[in-house]
Write a new protein. Structure first.
Length: 390
């Protein structure tokens, strides 16, 4: 296990090398960092260092196909903020900037890193936009089954759900600093931007399916130069199948039967009705975002871009971490150039890692496809490495 100074040194050498900065400036900067760590136990990255390190963390991620745009990642520095109210305002500002009037940009907001004598900042929400999941008396769920436990925790904090609950109630933002009681804040009206999913044929109009415009992950940590950033927001734009899966997966909204009915499919005689309905769901998602002038892309385009990215990284002499089950799309996987690519989910620093669950700080969720959570009371030791996220 490397020390903070060793990891800082490795990071700065990488930054100076990739950006072709003078070596005498590197040595001076390393000496500054060394003195700071010896005196305070930590150090402060400049904005430019933090930005490039964040871009590297995204480039190193093995589970995000969108990392092909790592060079264009915008970074908002909120390390100086101190209160829950300031955190919430920064989250709102991030969301407005990232939405960009529909021309979505890739962005990260960082709050302060873990430091000696300072309380950790945390965001409980898995994403800024999160739909409630209400467990019913018969065991069914109204809303998103993924968020039942989170919804219960917010209700315990005093949040009042709408008088008439629905499948698509947006949950408030929950932030916490150290061991203080968590606080929740309702998103302002101008940010409650979800859309009714419509199909070009008009046949989805009675399904009442909705989704939001911006995927903004908010329960992640960034491991950068020996420092852990336990409160960050990472957002980009959607690949259509991400929304289709959320609305169609059996353990989420499970909407395929209703979609098939709306399209007039015979679920008894048509053996591939699920496949056909899922393709039409993707078509509907793309149509909806296009009609609302919101940036989105499809798996075919992203597959081509990621294949080119892999070649580019190889030419640069770098490893391109990639996890097959995350990067290869669930729709027509063999139709993309990624299907036959050899992929290795290599863990590299700097990195994006999983945070412990906000209301269960001893549990760290595992990536998609793994069932049991890691129960690890020694969170600091986990954070020294971390499991890749996104």
């Amino acid at each position: 296990m490397q020390t903070v100074e060793e990891e800082a040194r490795s990071l700065l050498i990488q930054i100076f090398t990739e950006q072709n900065k003078p070596q005498d400036s590197l040595q001076k900067r390393l000496e500054e960092i060394s003195r700071s760590i010896k005196k305070t136990g930590t150090y402060h990255l400049s904005y430019d260092e933090l930005k490039y390190a964040t871009q590297l963390a995204w480039r190193n991620n093995s589970q995000c196909i969108g990392k092909v745009h790592w060079k264009n990642l915008n970074v908002y520095d909120c390390r100086a903020l101190e209160t829950e109210e300031e955190m919430f305002e920064a989250i709102c500002n991030h969301t407005r900037q990232a939405l960009n009037g529909g021309k979505v940009i890739n962005a990260v907001t960082h709050f302060r890193p873990r430091s000696p004598g300072m309380e950790d900042m945390r965001i409980w929400n898995p994403q800024v936009y999160t739909y409630a999941g209400y467990l019913q008396d018969d065991g069914s769920v109204l809303g998103d089954p993924k968020n039942v436990e989170f919804t219960d925790e917010i209700l315990k904090l005093g949040w009042q759900s709408p008088t008439v609950q629905s499948k698509f109630d947006l949950l408030p933002i929950v932030v916490q600093i150290g061991k203080r009681p968590p606080k929740y804040f309702e998103l302002p009206k101008d940010l409650k931007q979800d859309m009714i999913i419509t199909h070009p044929s008009g046949k989805f109009k009675d399904l009442g399916l909705r989704w939001y415009a911006l995927p903004a992950f908010s329960d992640l940590a960034f491991n950068i130069g020996g420092l852990m950033y336990p409160a960050s927001v990472l957002s980009g734009w959607y690949v259509s199948f991400e929304i289709s899966r959320a609305l169609c997966d059996l353990d989420r909204y499970n909407s395929l039967p209703q979609i098939a009915d709306a399209l007039g499919m015979n679920k008894t005689k048509e053996r591939l009705w699920k496949d056909k309905a899922f393709i039409e769901m993707n078509e509907a998602v793309l149509h909806t975002f296009s009609e609302n002038n919101i940036t989105i892309t499809d798996h075919g385009k992203m597959g081509v871009l990621f294949a080119k990215h892999m070649v580019s990284e190889e030419k640069a002499g770098r490893i391109c971490p990639a996890k097959f089950s995350w990067v290869v799309p669930p729709v027509g996987p063999s139709l993309t150039p990624l299907y036959t690519k050899r992929m290795e989910p290599t863990f590299l620093l700097p990195a994006i890692v999983y945070n412990p669950i906000g209301w269960k700080p001893h549990i760290v969720p595992l990536p998609r496809g793994e069932v049991e959570p890691v129960v690890n009371p020694k969170i600091d030791s986990l954070f020294s490495g971390g499991k890749s996220s996104i």
